[in-house]
Structures are given as C-alpha cells and as structure tokens.
Design a protein around this ligand. Structure first.
Ligand code: AMP
Length: 223
C-alpha cells in the first residue's frame, strides 16, 4: 500500500502517519523530518535548506526530491509507505509518479486532511519539542507534567522557529498557493479521499482506517 497524507501544516497528518504506519506495517516518510535531520547533521542539503525551513518557505525541489526518491526505492519501503509532507507542489507530484512508474508502481490513495484555519493555528502555536530527546508536547492537548520540562529526560522544551505565529501565516499562504492544488491533481486520478480533522486523534484515526478498509474492498471487487 502506497499512501499520501496531504494537507496544510498542523492539520495532524504527521501524528496520524506515525500511528497508521505502525498499525499497518508501512514505512513513514516525513519530508520535514528528513530535512530537519539534514539540518541537525549540517549536511550540504541541511545547510542550504535551513533558512527556507525557518522562514516557513518550501525548500527548492532539488534539495528534497532525490532524498525522498531514495527512501521510496529502499528496502524499508518494499511493503509500502505513507508519504507525509511530500509532494508539496505539482512538479514534486510528477517526479513522484515517474519515480514509482519506473518500477511499475503507483500511489494507491491520497488522504486529504481538512480542518478549519482556527483549529490549525491552535494546534501549531501550542506545539513544543524536547531539545534533547525530541519528544513532542502540546501546551493545551498534551502538556508536560512540569511546565517547559520534558517528562522523558527532564531537558528543556522549545518551540520550532517555523511554529512562531508570524511564520505559521507564511506556511499557510505557501500551502494555499502551491500545495492545495494537488487536491485537484489527485481527485482527477480518482484516488483522493477527504478526512475531516476537526475531531480528536482517535476519531480521525478511525476515519482513515475505515477509508483503508473500503479501499481494500474496492480492490477485491475489481479482481
Ligand atoms: P513539515 O514538517 O512537513 O511541515 O515541513 C517543515 C518544513 O520543511 C516546510 O515548511 C518546508 O520548509 C520544508 N519541507 C518539508 N517537506 C517539503 C517538501 N516536500 N518540499 C519543500 N519543502 C519541504
């Protein structure tokens, strides 16, 4: 099963990709995580990508498409994968199609995550991360026991620069201008399914799993 979780930043697709990849035995490919790891490791890609990420802009395609293509072609993705944060524009979507097409594969389903802008801003603005072990928290929905201190390793929590309120606005604008149009691209291919993300995490997960089951049934019916 090869899936894309598509949607604006902060809609919760990363959380769901994490949960569902474990449940379904799929590989979780987050282009944002791959880029942040490159920034932390100060690789050539990371050094070039850092400023774009901190300012809420998309990194140039050439910095990300090869990294994602290598992952998709690796042994860990043989059983399938969930792409989270990729593709972000039409040219990335086309590169993805041609990369998969070379080995006779394709994307089976795109789950399009939808939530109101108010919900998205509340979710992003409250996100905090541990500077040492990377554990995630949320000021309102999953706060640490002690303010600004990680429950796991007692280190300090921080807010990602691209989660600052002024940068959230830029990220949402970039989404509207470049990423949203992929909804039409995948709808025209007949593989798009909408997921209402205004509810809680468990509810959203159930909706996606129901979508996956209907997908397997459709495929069985076609055989
Ligand atoms: P994310 O964690 O998916 O919100 O990504 C964080 C940041 O990484 C984005 O705001 C972009 O700067 C960069 N990024 C992640 N994925 C991509 C992509 N597919 N194309 C371009 N930039 C990306």
């Amino acid at each position: 099963m090869r899936l894309i979780f598509h949607g604006p930043p902060g809609v919760g697709k990363g959380t769901q990709a994490g949960r569902i990849s474990i449940e379904q035995g799929l590989s979780h490919i987050s282009s944002g995580d791959l880029l942040r790891a490159a920034v932390d490791a100060k690789t050539e890609v990371g050094l070039k990508a850092r400023e774009y990420i901190e300012n809420g802009l998309l990194v140039p395609d050439e910095l990300i498409v090869n990294i994602v293509a290598d992952k998709i072609n690796s042994a860990e993705c043989e059983k399938g994968f969930i792409l989270d944060g990729f593709p972000r524009n039409l040219s990335q979507a086309k590169v993805l199609d041609s990369t998969l097409g070379k080995t006779g594969k394709k994307i089976d389903r795109v789950f399009s995550f939808i939530a109101s802008e108010e919900v998205i801003i509340t979710r992003i603005a409250g996100r905090r991360m541990c500077e040492s072990c990377g554990a995630h928290y949320h000021e309102l929905f999953s706060p640490p026991s002690k303010e600004n201190v990680c429950d796991e390793c007692q280190s300090k929590l921080f807010q990602r620069k691209d989660d600052y309120p002024e940068t959230i606005k830029v990220r949402l604008k970039v989404y509207k201008e470049q990423t949203e149009k992929l909804i039409d691209y995948y709808n025209n291919k007949g593989i798009l399914e909408e997921v209402d993300c205004n509810g809680d995490k468990a509810e959203i997960q159930q909706n996606i799993i129901a979508g996956l089951h209907s997908m397997s049934k459709e495929e069985r019916d076609m055989e």
